[in-house]
Design a protein around this ligand. Structure first.
Ligand code: PMP
Length: 414
């Protein structure tokens, strides 16, 4: 009997994922490295400094404990959850009463990516910031939900104008993603605007999902902020916290979700069917990190602050138009008139050996900008500025006119 031919194809929803617009950059970077170019890479938001030694030591000790070699507790070990509770109280003045709960996630990326799967039915609308971290959009598509843009405009300080959203889309909307301090623009959100967002989410019956991955990287002198400190938020909000940026722990894959008890319970019970939690030794290291004195946090912020000052003032001296952001370790700068962000970023790699992320990779409203990550040393930033000085652009001042590619948007970034 003849064997039936089976065509194994990816599902239809896979074809709905936006194209990976960083691919061309990856190709150009690889080509530059092959040519022996001494590449200065501002492209990836991955801290260059190592994880603090106390945290590494805690992991080393934890590795020696056989009981940690077994399946982890899915919701997170008690010692990790308790450290996260202390952290919420110490850093955000959020008291963990009976109404709130915490669960461990394998980095906020994993946590955020599972939100639409847990809280949306097919066809439900998910409100996603544009430009924004591409995972919100991709995760919505993978859950058969419909991502609808919340445009972030410079005129509005890259804050969402929620009242301008389409009423018809709002009727089917279930989830609103917000991310401040914001990737990729660096914008921060004031307490007053956070209150307005909570009021809006309550009025429109939305699950408010706050991606607080950059909570501690802000230069406006304000304390780190949590939506859960705002009255009325606890029952409608899930907030994701990451150890990746705060403690230079991107490779460790650990974070936590905090929010209304029922929401966290629903979320964690779905995850029980998907993964088996965070390796307990990693949770031990993360618990140690959360309990460390705040001096380490301040030191890391100072490092980024110095780098930011050098890059922002250097670019301004060269006539660049840089958004005056107050948070994250990103610098969001307009590309010269007549360029798209992809073409301009490509030119920087091939002619100056400088890699940046093209703004359109974060969504169509990111067109006209490129993102620099402050994850390179001060010396390298100065070297990059020296190279940029040698380059000629017709007019660096002002946003790109070529916004035709605005409808394009993009998917991935780790
Ligand atoms: N959210 C945002 C806005 C990010 O920029 C990133 C990392 N680039 C993440 C979430 C993922 O962080 P984690 O390492 O905790 O998965």
């Amino acid at each position: 009997m003849q064997k039936r031919r089976v065509v194994i194809a990816a599902s239809e929803r896979m074809s709905k994922l936006p194209p990976y617009l960083f691919a061309e950059m990856d190709r150009l970077k690889t080509a530059a490295l092959r040519r022996g170019v001494d590449l200065i890479d501002f492209g990836i938001g991955d801290p260059d400094e190592p994880t603090p030694p106390e945290i590494v030591e805690a992991a080393r000790e934890a590795l020696g404990r056989p009981e940690f070699h077994r399946y982890p507790r899915n919701a997170g070990s008690d010692f990790f959850i308790e450290a996260a509770m202390r952290w919420m109280e110490r850093e955000f003045s959020v008291r963990m009463g009976d109404d709130l709960a915490i669960g461990a996630v394998i980095g906020t990326k994993e946590g955020l990516a599972h939100v639409p799967l847990v809280f949306c039915s097919s066809g439900d609308v998910v409100l996603v910031p544009n430009p924004g971290y591409p995972v919100y959009r991709a995760a919505s598509i993978l859950a058969d939900a419909v991502p609808v843009d919340v445009p972030l405009h410079r005129e509005n300080g890259f804050l969402p104008d929620l009242e301008a959203l389409d009423r018809a889309a709002l009727r089917s909307a279930r989830v609103l993603f917000v991310n401040y301090p914001n990737n990729p623009t660096g914008a921060v959100m004031s307490h007053d605007v956070m209150k307005q967002v909570v009021d809006f989410a309550r009025r429109e019956d939305l699950l408010l999902v706050s991606d607080n991955s950059y909570s501690h990287i802000r230069f406006d002198g304000a304390k780190p902020a949590s939506f859960l400190s705002i009255e009325g938020a606890s029952g409608i909000c899930l907030e994701f916290h990451s150890l990746s940026k705060t403690f230079n722990m991107t490779g460790w894959r650990v974070g936590f979700v905090v929010g209304g008890r029922n929401l966290v319970r629903a979320f964690m019970s779905a995850k029980e069917n998907i993964d088996s939690g965070v390796f307990t030794a990693i949770q031990a290291a993360a618990a140690r990190a959360l309990d460390l004195p705040a001096a380490g946090l301040a030191g890391r912020l100072e490092t980024y602050g110095r780098r930011r000052e050098i890059l922002v003032s250097g670019l301004a001296n060269l006539g660049w138009d840089v958004f005056d952001s107050q948070g994250t370790f990103y610098v969001w700068a307009a590309v010269p008139r007549g360029w798209t962000s992809v073409d301009f970023a490509g030119r920087l790699v091939s002619q100056a050996g400088i890699a940046v992320a093209p703004g359109v990779g974060f969504g169509s409203w990111g067109e006209g900008y490129v993102r620099f990550a402050l994850t390179v040393s001060e010396d390298m930033i100065m070297k990059a500025l020296g190279r940029l000085e040698q380059m000629e652009f017709c007019s660096i001042k002002g946003r790109a006119a070529a916004l035709a590619g605005r409808r394009r948007s993009c998917r991935r970034e780790s």
